[in-house]
Design a protein around this ligand. Structure first.
Ligand code: GDP
Length: 298
């Protein structure tokens, strides 16, 4: 991930090496190269504009520190700005003070929700929590079964409608699941909801209805990072239709450019909280903006 962006930025910084002082022309040229690098990485245009303007401003205004040469100074600025657009601080899950913490997953079909649900459950279990997965994706024929298989692999309870029962009533399933979680003292409930191939009103309404029933502590929007700018557009639609608190980026293993990761926070105002980077249940981690920025600049 970020391979092209990393290379591009490294080349840009190389051109500054050995310079004792940065002229206005050096700063302009550097800003231009950073702009191209970000556009090639498929970062949303408004985010690129803001980023480049901030780097330029700071490069001009920054005190020349004794410890850093101009090239290092620029790297430092770019690093800090990257951390900023990636969300700054790591945003951790918020747990409910009483009763089970409810995490609802929303996103398009194929985004990786069902896979992610099991990954998140395993991760929580490893931290000593007792999660329950809820199969409220009744749209995709195999989704319930897939969640059951993955849940079993993760060693986590899965609440699913009986075959032939509850089909077509995901809101009812979600309601029953909440009662069951309270009865069985699970402390986290992860609700997998249905996606569609594209954004549509019915999908949004269903997700909103489930949300109203389960009253989630966190709604996580799950999105395939490989779709680049489309991830940002889809996120905006879900933000309006359902609302969400955080983003999970999936398939980072297949995303060479990183545009979604770099744009989504700035465009939606919601932080990326988790990253999924493979099909194995353990290919999952908390998203740390500072580590991600360091990876780009490595
Ligand atoms: P859903 O429709 O949103 O529930 O999506 P699924 O969980 O069924 O995932 C769709 C496909 O993407 C499946 O084949 C998953 O194995 C695959 N997948 C999910 N997450 C990742 C990931 O992080 N990396 C890769 N390479 N594949 C993934």
């Amino acid at each position: 991930m970020f391979a092209t962006l990393s290379d591009r930025l490294a080349d840009t910084f190389k051109n500054l090496r050995g310079k004792g002082r940065l002229s206005e022309a050096d700063i302009d040229a550097t800003a231009r190269e950073i702009r191209i690098a970000l556009l090639e990485a498929d970062v949303a245009l408004p985010v690129v504009r803001e980023f480049v303007a901030a780097v330029k401003d700071r490069a001009r205004g920054e005190e020349v520190s004794g410890a850093l040469n101009p090239a290092q100074q620029i790297v430092k600025i770019v690093n800090e700005e990257l951390v900023g657009i990636l969300g700054g601080e790591t945003r951790r899950l918020r747990f409910a003070k009483t009763g089970p913490t409810v995490i609802m997953l929303a996103g398009l079909q194929g985004a990786g929700k069902t896979t992610l649900a099991a990954k998140l459950a395993l991760w929580l279990k490893e931290q000593g929590r007792s999660p329950m997965l809820v199969a409220a994706d009744l749209q995709r024929p195999n989704a319930v079964n897939q969640l059951q298989v993955n849940g079993q692999r993760a060693g986590v309870t899965v609440f699913a409608p009986e075959p032939g029962n509850g089909v077509g009533d995901p809101v009812g399933v979600a309601r029953d699941a909440m009662a069951e979680a309270r009865r069985t003292l699970h402390d986290v409930v992860i609700v997998d909801t249905a996606g569609r191939l594209g954004v549509d009103a019915e999908l949004m309404q269903q997700a909103a209805d489930i949300r109203d029933v389960v009253q989630p502590d966190e709604v996580l929007f799950v999105v395939d990072a490989m779709i680049g700018q489309d991830a940002v557009t889809t996120a905006q639609a879900f933000l309006e239709g359902v609302g969400f608190d955080g983003v999970v980026l999936t398939k980072l293993d297949g995303d060479a450019r990183g545009g979604a990761a770099l744009s989504i926070r700035s465009v939606t105002g919601r932080p990326v909280m988790f990253a999924s980077s493979g099909e194995k249940l353990t290919d999952f981690d908390v998203f740390h903006p500072d580590r991600m920025a360091s990876r780009i600049l490595d």
